[in-house]
Design a protein around this ligand. Structure first.
Ligand SMILES: O=C(O)CCC(=O)C(=O)O
Length: 396
C-alpha cells in the first residue's frame, strides 16, 4: 500500500496509525497545546474520533484510566482528574467509558481476572504501607533525624540499621586526615594528573540522572578542579558515584590512607570498602531517588542539603521507573502529585565532618550548598545485599 492510500484509509477509518501516534507524541513532548494539534489534524482531514483515540494514547490517558479502573478507582474521579489536566470533558468521559466497556466486555477473560486480582493485591499492600506510615508520622522522628556521637556498632544496628531509620553520626571522621587535607587545591596538587570520569552537560537533559551514562566524559583531575573552582553555582557538571564505580578507582584508592579509621559500622576488609566519590561545585542536585542498599553518606568538605522520605511512602511518590520519580522536590507540583501532601519530608543539612545513614529504600534529594566532597559507603558489617530479588529496573 502506498502512502497516499494509507492516509486516505485513515481519514475514513479510525484505526491505529503509528505515524500519527509518533507525530502527536513528538509535538506533545515539545509542549504543543493538544487543542491546537487537534485543530491542525481536523484541517488535514482526520476524523475527530481518530484524533481522540490517538491523543488519549499519546497522552497516556487510555492506559492511565485502564490502570486506575483495575485499582477500583471511581470513574467520575478519573474524569475529573483528566479535566483538571486540560482534557476536554467529553473526551475524558469517552476515554474512561471506552476502558470501562473493555473491562465489562472481557470480564471473564483470564487476563482481566488476573489484572483485577493484581489490582486488589496492590490496594491491600498500599493500605498496609499507608496505615503504618500514618502511625510512624505520630513520632518525632517523622520530621527530624537525630544526631548521635559515641554510638557503638550494636547500638547503631539495633536503633537505626535494623529499624530502617536514618541518623547523623557527628564524630565518625574526627581522626580522618581527609578532614584537614582535602580541598580542591590539595586534590589538584597531589592527584591532578590522574584521569577522572565526570558528568557534563547535565542541564541539557531533564533526566540527567537516569541518563548519566550518556553524559560521562573523561578529563584530568587538575582540569576538573579548575572547573569546580571557577564554576560558582552550577548543576552542569558533577563527579558522582556512578562515575567513580568504574573509572575513578585509582583516585579513590590513592585517597584511602586519609580515610582512616573505618567507621565502626563498616567492614574495612570488605571488597567494596573503598567507597564512592562525589565531588562538585555548589548547586549540584541529585534528584529524588532511592538506593537498593543501605548507604552511609560521609561529608568531607562543604555542606549538603539532604531531603529524606521514608521508604514506606513509596506508593505516594510517582515511582514510574526503577528507583526514580518525576517529582521535583525543589518545585513540587501538588496538582500533578496530590498524594505528596500526605508525605513528611525530612530536611537535613549535613555538615563537613558528619555522616548520614540513609536506610535502604529511603528516598533522597541532595543539593550541594558549597563546593563539596562526599564519600558514600555500602560495606556495612550487617547484611546489605538486596538486589538479587529486585526486578523492576525499567518502567513500573
Ligand atoms: O551527594 C549526592 O549528590 C547524592 C548522593 C546519593 O544520592 C547517594 O549516594 O545515593
Amino acid at each position: 500500500m502506498n502512502n497516499a492510500t494509507q492516509q486516505n484509509m485513515n481519514r475514513v477509518n479510525p484505526k491505529w496509525d503509528p505515524a500519527l501516534d509518533k507525530w502527536l507524541k513528538e509535538n506533545l513532548e515539545a509542549k504543543c497545546d493538544p487543542n491546537e494539534l487537534t485543530d491542525i489534524l481536523l484541517k488535514k482531514g482526520y476524523a475527530r474520533e481518530t484524533i481522540q483515540v490517538h491523543m488519549a494514547t499519546a497522552c497516556g490517558w487510555q492506559q492511565w484510566s485502564a490502570l486506575n479502573l483495575l485499582l477500583q478507582k471511581d470513574a467520575a474521579d478519573l474524569i475529573s482528574i483528566m479535566v483538571r489536566s486540560g482534557v476536554k470533558d467529553t473526551d475524558a468521559q469517552q476515554v474512561v467509558q471506552q476502558q470501562q466497556k473493555i473491562l465489562e466486555d472481557n470480564a471473564s477473560h483470564p487476563f482481566i481476572q488476573a489484572a483485577l486480582s493484581l489490582g486488589r493485591k496492590i490496594n491491600k499492600q498500599e493500605w498496609v504501607l499507608k496505615t503504618v506510615s500514618e502511625m510512624n508520622d505520630l513520632s518525632e522522628s517523622a520530621t527530624e533525624v537525630p544526631r548521635r556521637s559515641n554510638l557503638s556498632s550494636d547500638e547503631f544496628r539495633e536503633q537505626y540499621y535494623a529499624a530502617n531509620r536514618p541518623v547523623v553520626i557527628t564524630d565518625g571522621l574526627k581522626n580522618w586526615k581527609a578532614m584537614e587535607l582535602w580541598t580542591p587545591d590539595f586534590l589538584k596538587e597531589r592527584f591532578g594528573n590522574l584521569n577522572v570520569a565526570i558528568q557534563t552537560n547535565r542541564q541539557s537533559d531533564k533526566h540527567y540522572q537516569r541518563n548519566d551514562n550518556n553524559l560521562r566524559t573523561n578529563i584530568s583531575l587538575a582540569e576538573y578542579v579548575d572547573m569546580v573552582k571557577s564554576a560558582g553555582k552550577t548543576n552542569d557538571y558533577y563527579l558522582t558515584a556512578n562515575d567513580s564505580a568504574k573509572s575513578n578507582r585509582p583516585l579513590l584508592e590513592a585517597l584511602q590512607p586519609d580515610m582512616q579509621p573505618t567507621l565502626p559500622y563498616l567492614d574495612g576488609n570488605a571488597p567494596n570498602s573503598t567507597g564512592f566519590l562525589w565531588f562538585g561545585p555548589a548547586g549540584t542536585v541529585t534528584p529524588l531517588h532511592h538506593d537498593l542498599t543501605n548507604n552511609f553518606m560521609v561529608q568531607v568538605l562543604g555542606n549538603k542539603r539532604v531531603r529524606l522520605i521514608n521508604a514506606i511512602q513509596q506508593p505516594r511518590l510517582a515511582n514510574n521507573l526503577h528507583c526514580y520519580s518525576d517529582i521535583d522536590l525543589d518545585n513540587i507540583d501538588y496538582e500533578r502529585f496530590p498524594e505528596l501532601k500526605h508525605v513528611k519530608i525530612i530536611d537535613v543539612t549535613l555538615e563537613a565532618g558528619e555522616a548520614l545513614f540513609i536506610p535502604v529504600g529511603w528516598w533522597h534529594h541532595v543539593t550541594g550548598l558549597e563546593v563539596s566532597i562526599t564519600l558514600t559507603f555500602t560495606n556495612f558489617r550487617y547484611p546489605n545485599e538486596f538486589t538479587q530479588n529486585y526486578n523492576t529496573f525499567n518502567e513500573i
